[in-house]
Design a protein around this ligand. Structure first.
Ligand code: MN
Length: 499
């Protein structure tokens, strides 16, 4: 048994024309290629070699099995030898897993002095893969193409980036999201078409009354909540008033009850993402802050003000985050236009994930200006410096669009002693002015997912798998280029639309 929950299948194509002896060598070499490639994978998946496919029926059976397998999250194909591509049509018709076409060959270097037809026969992907790629293009099959030898670290990194994307897609396909309340009244960008979201991403967006949460909070015992507060004391720094004998310990205990109740509802219901809305808290005494932060740190998606799209995107990007990486719900809050390099101060009312923190978070209690509830407990920290990106998912009415902006998370220019929330400070590429112009022209949201570790390549691969437009804002973006890109892609999606 593999130690991984998910698998990527490695499928090698050939045909019976070559005879048993050659096909035995094909099998050996493709197992070696699989092993070499697996050495470069850091994503939490097993690369599983499958027997060489040589006929229409074998190909169809293998790709049907990949489609039917809950463990299989993606398929890599390679035409070691010439595998006439008409044999692939029926199989490709039934494949619904992400596809990567590895264009490689077993021999890295050409043995100039000794090369003969035997070597040529065992190293003919140069034309075999082109025959196969022709039918992929003709059938309009979305795929990533990676070219090179499997021992090349660039090849391994490209496959690894895609492997992370397949994990995001797996998460998306099975995502159940609990909305506590609707989205914030009058707000446009947090709304959207939940039916289209399920058709595009597989995610199920479900409504739960806030009373479900209120009842669950009231059912948590003081003893259980106190026990969790002791854990808080071990993991985080506590403000003096929240310590065991502190004047406001009760507020921390209530915060712990919210966490226990929320976690229970999510686990019982099989939900991996959720939303809250400070306008609709029912009889909850505090806006959930600390609980949301702790659940995000455990991989749950979250969006404030009922923002289910950002919550779902966060859960997906958590699934694509490498071990020890950080990914959080975020909001563009306030600008620093200068002096110095212009910066964005990102934060939220409370809900920023400690996975991006550079220090031990401190739990504090402060008033919240809106919502009319008791003061909520929250973790306060500053995001550690790193390169990263902010990503959003918007609903344009007829389709979805993802936007990704390359950023550099930096230390705040000065301390922020009066800011009672967790925060991140960053410099967006190519500059604040071009980034913000491009983001707003593309219709991007103020809520985002900030990551210091999900790669640009993984986000591109995910968008391609989902069949969703991705607007990338990076060092090469200009005011002119972004307008042209948006115009072209608008035309493209009208022409390419399947509606
Ligand atoms: Mn917000």
């Amino acid at each position: 048994m593999s130690e991984h929950k998910f698998e990527i299948w490695f499928v090698t194509g050939s045909q019976n024309l070559y005879g048993d002896e050659t096909l035995r060598q094909v099998a050996e070499q493709s197992q070696l290629v699989t092993d070499q490639l697996a050495k470069g994978l850091s994503a939490d998946v097993a690369l599983v070699w499958k027997p060489v496919v040589k006929t229409n029926d074998e190909i169809r059976a293998t790709l049907m099995a990949a489609t039917a397998s809950d463990a299989c999250v993606g398929v890599i194909t390679w035409m070691h030898t010439f595998s006439p591509a008409k044999m692939w049509i029926n199989g490709l018709e039934v494949l619904n897993k992400p596809l990567l076409h590895l264009h490689t060959q077993a021999g890295q270097s050409l043995p100039w002095a000794t090369i003969d037809m035997d070597f040529m026969n065992l190293n003919q992907a140069a034309h075999g893969d082109r025959e196969y790629a022709h039918i992929l293009s003709r059938m309009d099959v979305a795929r990533k193409v990676v070219v090179g030898h499997p021992t090349d670290s660039r090849v391994q990194q490209e496959v690894d980036a895609w492997a992370f994307a397949t994990l995001g897609w797996q998460k998306s396909q099975h995502l159940k999201l609990a909305r506590f309340g609707d989205n914030m009244r009058y707000v446009a960008v947090t709304d959207g078409d939940k039916v289209s979201a399920q058709m595009t991403f597989g995610m199920s967006i479900e409504q739960l009354g806030v009373n479900t949460l209120v009842d669950a909070v009231n059912a948590v015992s003081d003893a259980d909540a106190e026990k969790l507060c002791l854990t808080y004391g071990e993991l985080y720094e506590l403000a003096p008033e929240l310590k065991p004998s502190g004047a406001r310990r009760d507020s921390l205990v209530y915060g712990a009850k919210i966490e226990i109740a929320l976690r229970g509802i999510l686990e019982t219901g099989g939900y991996s993402a959720f939303t809250s809305n400070f306008e609709d808290l029912g009889a909850l005494r505090q806006l959930p802050g600390l609980a949301v932060q702790r659940l995000m740190a455990d991989g749950y998606g979250f969006g404030g003000e009922g923002d289910w799209k950002t919550s779902a995107l966060l859960a997906i990007m958590k699934a694509m985050t490498p071990v020890n990486g950080g990914t959080s719900f975020m909001e563009d809050y306030t600008y620093h236009f200068g002096p110095g390099t212009p910066k964005v101060l990102g934060a939220h009312m409370l809900e920023v994930c400690p996975s991006i923190s550079g220090q031990k978070p401190r739990i504090e209690i402060h008033p919240l200006g809106i919502g009319g509830k008791e003061d909520p407990v929250r973790m306060v920290f500053t995001a550690k410096p790193a390169s990263g990106r902010v990503v959003c998912l918007t609903d344009l009415g007829g389709r979805f669009r993802m936007i990704s902006n390359e950023i550099k998370i930096v230390e705040p220019t000065q301390d922020l002693p009066n800011l009672p929330v967790a925060r991140a400070v960053w410099e967006p590429a190519p500059s604040l002015e071009v980034s913000a112009e491009a983001w707003m022209l593309a219709g991007g949201s103020h809520h985002t997912v900030l990551t210091n570790s999900v790669s640009d390549a993984t986000i591109q691969d995910f968008a391609r798998i989902a069949g969703v437009e991705l607007v990338n804002i990076d060092h090469s973006t200009t005011s002119v280029s972004i307008r042209k890109e948006l115009q072209w892609s608008s035309a493209y999606y009208r022409l390419a639309s399947k509606f």
